[in-house]
Write a protein that binds this ligand. Structure first.
Ligand SMILES: [Zn+2]
Length: 381
């Protein structure tokens, strides 16, 4: 009951708005980050702006990357030392950008939970598939029971911020607030805290990386095979009319073609916020992948890294395969190149699952609201 009371929206920041940084919670998290001793690089914020066009997520494998956001930031783009993924695709070895084993798909869905997540979960159950879900804190407040269903179903839960901003545009304190509130609401619902995050739009640089590291979060991107070709289905844009199902399916075919010729596995960007994206996933992409010959291994990101599910959470990580973050960010600058993955040596133990610390009292909680979700869509677009 205590947890149910904590989940009252009154105890959290406003949905889909950047949380204030002067709250006691955020002030504590700022102090916690300082206490890690990890230095946050003095990198200026980018000015991508309030309107976040879809191209910030990069482009599909056969689509040239529009350069609008990058053209607005010529000095920032020229400063390759900050390793800004959005313009140029720079990654660090600390970024997870692929699965080590060939023909292995690290399955991920972003921006939920939503009204349509259950449809996806039903399909995944039917096919005995597990996924990683990068959840938005504001959506967790609305759909706590769905988050619990995902967790009980042994899917991996990971952080996707509170209000879904491009993080390089924010101050250090605002980034801490976005990640901190998302971590907190997930803990309040599940009793565990994820140790992986995905920056909205993939918008990350060394400042965001350092803050993420200090907050115990490892960035997970999606596979990029050239500066202008990423494994982004663009499924998110069907809902807004910015693309068509046919186009998304063509993107998928291109991803599939590139995926099968790689000497390592891959991670694809998909979403479970809108009905159209879930329908494309369950009606075409997943059945297509399952029927593929030779077969794909489809699993959550933590599994594809040869770690047990319990290593996906700060409280249950055994610190052997996924040690706590060290000070500083590893530096291997390779603009435009896919990140190289540091695979761990421990054998997979997929039967070892995180202890269920779900607050069952919350299963009856119903905080869902159409108005809130609708309000969120404007932000998420
Ligand atoms: Zn997102």
């Amino acid at each position: 009951m205590r947890q149910a009371a904590l989940l009252s929206p009154a105890n959290y920041p406003a949905l889909d708005k950047p949380p204030p940084t002067d709250s006691p919670e955020v002030q504590q998290w700022i102090q916690d980050v300082a206490n890690t001793g990890i230095s946050i690089p003095d990198i200026s914020v980018t000015n991508i702006g309030e309107h976040r066009p879809c191209f910030l997520r990069g482009a599909s494998s056969n689509v040239s990357l529009p350069q609008g956001g990058c053209l607005n930031n010529p000095d920032v783009v020229a400063d390759t030392s900050r390793c800004w993924w959005t313009c140029g695709g720079c990654t660090r070895t600390t970024d997870i950008t692929e699965c080590p084993a060939p023909m292995t798909w690290g399955l991920t869905y972003d921006d939920g939970p939503s009204y349509y997540t259950s449809d996806l979960l039903n399909y995944l159950d039917q096919e005995n598939l597990k996924s990683t879900f990068f959840v938005v804190g504001s959506r967790v407040i609305q759909f706590p029971n769905i988050l619990q269903t995902q967790y009980i179903g042994q899917h991996q839960i990971a952080v996707h911020t509170w209000s879904h901003p491009p993080l390089t545009t924010l101050s250090n304190e605002a980034i801490i607030a976005e990640l901190g509130w998302s971590k907190k609401v997930i803990y309040d619902v599940l009793g565990v805290t994820p140790n992986m995050m995905r920056p909205p739009y993939g918008d990350i640089d060394d400042r965001v990386r350092a803050i993420s590291t200090a907050m115990g979060l490892t960035p997970v991107m999606w596979t990029r095979i050239s500066p202008v070709a990423t494994f982004d289905t663009d499924d998110f844009d069907i809902h807004g009319g910015l693309t068509t199902v046919e186009h998304v399916l063509q993107n998928w075919e291109d991803i599939l073609s590139n995926a099968t010729s790689r000497n390592s596995g891959f991670i694809v960007l998909e979403h479970d916020l809108f009905q159209q994206a879930v329908e494309v996933a369950t009606g075409y992409m997943l059945p297509d992948a399952l029927a593929h010959d030779p077969p794909f291994t489809i699993q959550p990101v933590v599994y594809c890294l040869n770690k047990p599910l319990k290593d996906a959470y700060i409280q249950t990580n055994d610190n052997k395969t996924n040690p706590p973050a060290q000070s500083g960010v590893a530096v291997t600058l390779s603009p435009g190149a896919p990140g190289s993955l540091q695979a761990t040596g421990k054998a997979a133990d997929h039967n070892s699952v995180a202890p269920f610390r779900v607050n069952t009292g919350l299963l009856a909680a119903s905080l869902t609201g159409a108005a809130g979700l609708a309000a969120g869509l404007g932000v998420l677009l």
